[in-house]
Structure formats: C-alpha cells, structure tokens
Design a protein around this ligand. Structure first.
Ligand code: PLP
Length: 396
C-alpha cells in the first residue's frame, strides 16, 4: 500500500542529508566533545558548527543556543527556569490554545500557588493582544505565547507582542516548535523575544533533539544541573549525532523556506480548495487568519474525525484529528473548544500538515478518495440525517 504522509506537524521524515551528516558521529567521530584530546576536540568543532547553523536560521548568536532533548523540554525549561529567577512574582500569562508542553506546566504551577491567565481566542483562533496588555501586572513573571498553533496553523503576532512587552519587565517566551523552518524567524530584528523553543523532529531532524534559545542577558536558572555543558545551563554529555543532524536540518530549512512558502503553500491550497468545493458543510478552522503555509485544519460537519482518519489510513493516508479519544469520551481538542467551534464541527475535524516531500499527485489522491469517505460516513450519521431532515427541500 502506498503511504501519503500529511501529518508533518506531528513529526517529519528525517531528511536523507541529515541522516548522512549524522552517521559518522556514531562509530567514527564518537569522542566526547568535552575531552582534552584531539579526538574530542574534533567532535567539539562539529558541535560548534551545528550551533552556528541553528543560530543562523534564527538570526541569533551561537552562545544563545542551548541544545535540549525536545520541544517539551525546551518549553519546561523556559517556564521553570525563568520563574526561578523572579521568585517574588507569582503570575503567568499564556493562551488557551498552547501545546500541553506549556499549558500543562502552567496548570501545574497553578496548583503550586501561581496565578494563571489563559488568554482567550476568537472563533478564527485569533488573539486580541489588547487583552494581553491589560493582563500584565507588576506581579507577572512570564508571558508564554506560541508562535504557530500546531492544530490549526494559526500564527500569533509574536513580534507585535514582543514589542508591546518590551518595557513591561516580564520575560517573554514563545513556543516556536511549529514555526521554525516553516516561516522566517529573525531574532536579530526582534529584541523583545527572550526565550524561544524549537524541536528537531518538526523540521526534518530526528526525534530527541531540540533547542532553547536564550537571549543574552535573559535571567534563566540552569535546568539540568550537572557538568558545564551548554554554557552551564544543561548538564549532560551532548547528544552529538542528533545535534549535528539538527544543525544540518536548520541549514536545509533556511534554504527551503522559499519553497515552503510557495510550493508547499500551493499544495495545501490545492487540497483545501478542492475539499471545500467537493464536500458540502466543510469549514476551515483558522479561516481568515495568517496561517502556516503547510497546515489545513478542516471540519467536516456531522461526522467523526476518528472515523475519517481510520478510512483514510486504510488507503495509506496519514493525517490527524482535532478530537482526541481520551478515557472513553470523545472530547474535541482544547484548541477547537477555545475557538468555540460547534460540537458538530469540532468532532469532524481533520488536520492535514504537509512538507516539501509531498506532491500534487498525493493531494489529488486525497481529493479522489476523501469526498466519498465523508459521503459514506454521513449516510450513516444520525446527526447528518436529522440535519438533512430539518432542512426543507433536501440535503444541505
Ligand atoms: N510545542 C508545540 C507547538 C508542538 O507542536 C509540539 C509537538 O507537537 C511540542 C511543543 C512538543 O515538541 P516535542 O515533541 O519535541 O517534545
């Protein structure tokens, strides 16, 4: 069976060039970069190169890059590490649509006595930054707002937010795990972003490596206490092969940003427009907002997202659903709930997230099969049938 992979916001294929760059660091160049001998020194040079490659992609300085194990670790480190430096401040601001790597940490801190403001979004997933302005007080230690939403692809005006917060004596962290490699990120232009998280496996590096960018001068407590590695912020011998892989992936991402915004965007639009034209009662979640060029989150009203995914999966098509089946109850995602997407639409949401490896022919394969899948599921959907019955004159 063929595989059509359109779940790149979940994880991406490791680029062959990345794998090739990594391989020497397992059996040949396996020295510890902290060792005094020449063998360690050689490896240390590659570590430095990778740091420069990531710094270049972000418009950062090499000593502002700290390698971590994943986006979740970077997010945790940003939140815990910054709060530790301002123990007298007890207020955190995030949004209702953050990834659990921030959202659950903030909620955990709520139980520890912090105050938490989760800013709302509107029906299209947009944030009203005036609400942020009002929410910041002298007690606010940290504002953590994602750059791009992993489910809808909606972009928050992070640069505008950073400008707004510049004179407010708060630390500003952005979870840019979904943004880096898909849209331009230039931290040299935007001095108000203090901390930024990224994750290797979202940009064609392997799983198990990430970065926390820490702007020079930003107070942040060490988050893995041990040796002197990573400027004393994160002890532990560096995961050299993966870091080298992430460096290469960052270099490729910089070269391919143009393609992401032209070819990948065109493919996404072709798929989205085709589905909107072929399937009645289909909504775009995040419509009208600036979005990642690779992401389309669609709600097919009156059907279950899980059923769509299973039937797509039988055809080799890998996508994601915006409703998660947790503990036996089908709860729509917190993102769609925060947007107020109605129950009948939230349950039928599917996220397609593309990459440069996708082709037009793959989009046409989805367009060939998905409309019939929805039709079949609607034919057996009690919700669809009652909605059809309630509309005089036939099918909506
Ligand atoms: N933040 C966002 C926005 C994400 O989409 C993800 C992963 O899906 C993460 C954080 C966590 O990244 P990782 O899987 O590398 O821990």
């Amino acid at each position: 069976m063929r595989t059509v992979y359109v779940d790149n916001n979940a994880t991406t294929r490791t680029a062959p060039e990345v794998l090739e760059a990594m391989l020497p660091f397992f059996c040949d160049l396996y020295g510890n970069p902290s060792s005094m001998h020449f063998f360690g020194g050689q490896v240390e040079q590659y570590l430095r190169k990778a740091r420069n490659q990531v710094a270049e992609l972000l418009g950062a300085a090499h000593d502002e890059i700290v390698f971590t194990s994943c986006g979740t670790e970077s997010d945790n480190a940003a939140v815990f590490g910054s709060l530790e430096t301002v123990p007298h401040k007890r207020h955190i601001i995030t949004t209702r649509v953050e990834h659990p790597a921030v959202r659950n940490v903030a909620r955990h801190l709520l139980k520890k006595g912090y105050r938490l403001t989760e800013l709302p979004v509107d029906g299209s997933g947009a944030l009203d930054i005036r609400q942020l302005d009002h929410a910041v007080t002298q007690d606010t230690a940290l504002v953590s707002i994602m750059w791009a939403n992993n489910e809808t692809g909606v972009l928050f005006p992070v640069e505008e937010i950073a400008d707004m917060l510049r004179d407010r004596d708060v630390i500003f962290h952005t979870d840019a795990v979904q943004a880096v490699g898909k849209i331009p990120v230039d931290l040299s232009r935007q001095k108000g972003i203090h901390l930024l998280s990224l994750s290797g496996h979202k940009l064609h590096a392997p799983k198990g490596v990430g970065v926390l960018y820490i702007r020079k001068g930003t107070p942040l407590a060490p988050f893995v206490i041990g040796g002197h590695q990573e400027h004393g912020r994160r002890g532990g011998t560096e995961n050299v092969p993966y870091i080298v892989g992430l460096g290469k992936a960052a270099e490729l991402a910089g070269q391919r940003l143009g393609e992401e915004n032209t070819r990948v965007r065109e493919l996404r639009d072709h798929l989205e427009q085709g589905l909107l034209a072929a399937v009645p009662n289909t909504l775009v979640n995040g419509k009208g907002q600036p979005r990642l060029p690779n992401t389309s989150n669609l709600s097919f009203e009156y059907v279950e997202g899980e059923s769509i995914l299973l039937l797509l999966s039988n055809l080799g098509i890998c996508a994601s659903s915006g409703s998660a089946c947790t503990s036996g109850s089908l709860e729509p995602s917190h993102v769609l709930r925060a947007m107020g997407v109605p129950f009948t639409a939230a349950h039928g949401s599917v996220r397609f997230s593309l990459s440069g490896y996708n082709t037009r022919e793959e989009m046409d394969y989805i367009l060939e099969h998905l409309p019939r899948i929805i039709e079949k599921l609607r034919a057996i959907s009690p919700f669809w049938n009652s909605s059809v019955r309630s509309i005089a004159g036939g099918a909506p």
